[in-house]
Write a protein that binds this ligand. Structure first.
Ligand code: NAP
Length: 319
């Protein structure tokens, strides 16, 4: 039930009602932040699940129908599909309807959206730094965004009024909002989220290849370090394919730095430079403590490592 003072938008349309769209819809509904929620899904199976879970008021199979009454449209599809969706909704939007998204990459998404949407529709890029490795409407969680960062990346000439309303929405979901340039966002996320996922995918891939070749019992006896990687490497393959393809430059830059640091550690192991290894591991332990002190260590078991406080990343983010 909404009370008049909590309503921020009359109608909000979600294009994609999976983990992120579904979690937003749940909390928006519970807090009465909109009068009417519409959800679009491509597949009949997904639409059924959304209806059964009661995530929105009205589930539709037509993009036009989803967005035509909306004051806010939230795009919650994989990053590589944003441009196509923008093209398909452009002619059906109300003049002045605000468009936002939750994609994990911002520069390319903003370009793809602006290429199709009319100037009269403000675009506020968004990225909640919260999630799990699960997908689809049944993965939607209550309170997923509470005490988590949400980065907003408006265009240079975005209306302050539109930005402010999207900010208020995220704050009402319990997020801490940081406004930044899309390129800066992509650099920061390349090291805090994209590279860790790439490393996890690679380690699990290497281990399973080894097991297949040598019949060694890698999976059976996997210790906690490897198990943690398998959780991250279970993340949605389409979503992560799109992230790497759309944040290519920043990921390759961070990968280069990582490879250099890895080579240095390899050298220390080879030449028995224990002091150096110990010093590096002591510094990294301090990073973990700072994350815990900042209350960002995660309360859900399965939160993804997107939750690192932005302040810790200044050395990476400034160059
Ligand atoms: P998800 O649970 O898989 O949900 C995505 C939904 O989008 C699916 O229900 C799917 O519906 C729909 N969809 C997929 N491709 C589509 C297309 N081409 N056209 C229209 N609908 C399409 O994914 P998610 O985890 O919520 O991720 C959504 C976005 O949030 C991504 O851009 C991702 O980068 C971002 N994000 C994810 C996380 C995370 O931890 N997962 C965190 C922050 C941000 P159908 O079943 O009908 O195909």
């Amino acid at each position: 039930m909404q009370n008049a003072s909590s309503v921020l938008f009359d109608t909000i349309a979600f294009v994609g009602v999976g983990l992120i769209g579904g979690s937003m819809a749940r909390d928006i509904r519970a807090a009465g932040l909109a009068r009417h929620l519409v959800g679009y899904a491509r597949r009949a199976e997904t639409r059924e699940a959304i209806e059964q879970l009661g995530l929105v008021d009205h589930v539709v199979s037509s993009l036009a129908e989803a967005v035509e009454q909306a004051d806010l449209v939230v795009l919650c599809v994989p990053v590589g599909s944003m441009g196509q969706v923008a093209q398909d909704i452009a002619e059906h939007l109300k003049p002045g309807a605000v468009i936002t998204d939750v994609g994990s990459v911002k520069r390319q998404v903003l370009r793809d959206l602006r290429a199709h949407l009319k100037p009269e529709n403000p675009i506020i890029g968004g990225h909640p730094l919260a999630g799990t490795e699960h997908s689809g409407p049944s993965a939607a969680l209550i309170g997923l965004f509470k005490h988590r960062w949400c980065v907003l990346t408006p265009e240079a000439d975005t209306s302050i009024v539109a930005l402010d309303k999207v900010r208020q929405l995220w704050e009402a979901l319990g997020s801490h909002v940081e406004v930044m340039d899309a390129e800066h966002h992509d650099k920061v996320l390349a090291i805090t989220s994209h590279l860790p996922h790439l490393i996890a995918y690679c380690i699990v891939h290497t281990a399973t290849g080894l097991e297949a070749q040598t019949q060694e019992e890698v999976i059976k006896f996997s210790a906690s370090g490897f198990r943690d990687f398998t959780r991250i490497a279970a993340s949605d393959p389409v979503m992560w394919r799109d992230i790497f393809l759309n944040n290519k430059d920043a990921v390759l830059e961070m990968l280069q730095r990582f490879s250099e640091d890895l080579t240095a550690l390899q050298r220390s192991i080879r030449y028995g430079e224990g002091e150096n290894l110990q010093q590096v591991f002591t510094e990294t332990r301090a990073v973990r403590r700072s994350i815990q002190d900042a209350g960002q260590a995660g309360t859900f078991d399965a939160r993804e490592p997107e939750a690192m406080p932005l302040s810790l990343l200044a050395p990476y983010a400034s160059d």
